[in-house]
Design a binder for this molecule. Structure first.
Ligand SMILES: CC(=O)N[C@H]1[C@@H](OP(=O)(O)OP(=O)(O)OC[C@H]2O[C@@H](n3ccc(=O)[nH]c3=O)[C@H](O)[C@@H]2O)O[C@H](CO)[C@@H](O)[C@@H]1O
Ligand SMILES: C=C(OP(=O)(O)O)C(=O)O
Length: 434
């Protein structure tokens, strides 16, 4: 398994452009199954999870034409339903989270679907109840094959209904929306997730001929249609990469310009990094993070210690908490990081502690970081990347550390960050893939 060898301590400088959004890609690429006409998608990130999702579609019989590394055309005019039920699909689909979102469009268009036990980050329990209950409400029956962890779903005809989701699941909302576009009558989804990923999916579906109201809110109303058509779609910049680069710049005292950052879709993300004391200039659609010797974490108005926690959109995304945590280790001041959604995402802090960071892991959901204020540098060590975002956070820690670090299991990082060592080395980093 490949590793990164990182020589830390370099100041970086230059421009970096975020890739297309991973979690949007997994949704909109699944949506190509909703029509037999051609769909062209631009700004596709060249990363493991997305490439795997595209491979899955190709194996399902979708004609995939890679126009270039970041643009693909898809034509789902001859879908192989046999493959969908196969062991091969179960095995490959089980390697990523995104594969669950093949079910919604398949149920909508072909009235049957299979969901393998999905892969993705091992960051705690990740249930599929919201997806399955939503499908049931639309008139789907399901069998759970416990020996193979395979869900089998089928319906005579999906029927629109009102549903209140038990939680605003991101992939759950995407899945239910993609099924409901073909349901008879009106589907109302309350407590829907409303991340930019979902907004982008819904806008694409509308361009394909779907009838969806309430886009951007937690109340979506969908009038079923009989057919959808081809379209062209361009993915947003990956907001998680944007946040990671803001953190990287601060942690390595570097001046970095994040080009075409998609400012209007970043929500509260810049504000959270500003609370850590990181300066940012917003120039057109770029974020310029100037080189800063130090940054100071703000307190609440009454002087209380700041807490940064995750929440469904427009709250702060859980996918950036690991980055925020690592950046806080060199800030002046203290912060409580509260990861509410996932229970195993903070365990990587033991590696930061080994590097010299001052962190108290209070319980699986909360860690208090006492910033070192650059009184001493972190030191390079050998570590393993447990998940995609912890992996990137450890990479940032290693780039700021004194000496050499080795990060093992970088396949996790490759799941979500495109050509990361080349792009960071172009800014002056010293990262070797070994
Ligand atoms: C492929 C993809 O798009 N993955 C993202 C998607 O995963 P995914 O769609 O799998 O995540 P969900 O939105 O379903 O939920 C994530 C976790 O948070 C919990 N939960 C969710 C909502 C809530 O109000 N309270 C709560 O506790 C759920 O029980 C679950 O354990 O959304 C997650 C939450 O933003 C992100 O971390 C993942 O990167
Ligand atoms: C948790 C993540 O991904 P996935 O849901 O694909 O595991 C993530 O992107 O941070």
């Amino acid at each position: 398994m490949p590793s990164f060898e990182v020589i830390g301590g370099n100041k970086l400088k230059g421009e970096i452009t975020p890739q297309g959004a991973k979690n949007e890609a997994l949704q909109v690429i699944s949506a190509v199954l909703l029509t037999s006409e051609e769909i062209i998608i631009h700004n596709i990130p060249d990363i493991r999870d997305v490439n795997l999702q595209i491979e899955l579609l190709a194996e399902l019989g979708v004609k995939v034409n890679r126009i270039n590394r970041h643009t693909c055309s898809f034509k789902a005019d001859n879908v192989d339903l046999e493959y969908f039920a196969s062991e091969a699909f179960r095995y490959k689909g089980g390697k990523l989270r995104g594969s669950v979102m093949i079910a919604g469009p398949m149920l909508g268009r072909f009235h049957k679907a299979f969901i393998p036990k999905p892969g993705g980050d091992k960051i705690g329990r990740r249930r599929l109840d919201t997806h399955i209950v939503g499908f049931e409400k639309l008139g789907t029956e399901f069998i759970y094959h416990s020996e193979s962890s395979f869900f089998e779903l089928k319906t005579e005809q999906l029927k629109g209904t009102y549903m209140l989701l038990d939680e605003p699941s991101v992939t759950g909302t995407a899945n239910i929306v993609m099924a409901a576009v073909f349901a008879e009558g009106t589907t109302t989804i309350y407590n829907a997730a409303c991340e930019p990923y979902i907004q982008q999916l819904c806008k694409m579906l509308v361009r394909m001929g779907a009838n969806i109201n309430g886009i951007g809110s937690n109340l979506l109303t969908i009038e079923g249609v009989e057919i959808l058509h081809g379209t062209t779609h361009t993915m947003l910049p990956d907001m998680i990469e944007v946040g990671s680069f803001i953190g990287l710049a601060a942690m390595t005292q570097s001046e970095i310009r994040i080009k075409n950052a998609g400012l209007k879709d970043l929500g509260i993300i810049p504000e959270k990094f500003a609370q850590l004391g990181i300066q940012m200039e917003f120039q057109n659609d770029d974020i310029l993070v100037p080189a800063q010797d130090s940054y100071e974490i703000s307190t609440y108005l009454d002087g209380g210690i700041l807490t940064i926690y995750d929440n469904p959109w427009p709250g702060f995304t859980p996918d950036l908490l690991s980055i925020v945590l690592v950046v806080a280790t060199q800030a002046v001041g203290s912060v409580l990081i509260h990861q509410k959604m996932f229970e195993s995402r903070l365990f990587f802090t033991d590696k930061l502690i080994d590097m010299g960071a001052q962190i108290i892991l209070c319980d699986p959901h909360r860690a208090t970081v006492i910033g070192l204020g650059r009184k001493h540098q972190l030191r390079g060590i050998t570590m393993t990347s447990p998940d995609i975002r912890a992996g990137q956070a450890l990479l940032i820690a290693a780039l700021s550390a004194q000496g050499k670090s080795t990060i093992q299991n970088i396949e996790q990082i490759d799941r979500g960050y495109q050509y990361i060592e080349q792009r960071l080395n172009a800014l002056g980093a010293d990262i070797t893939r070994i």
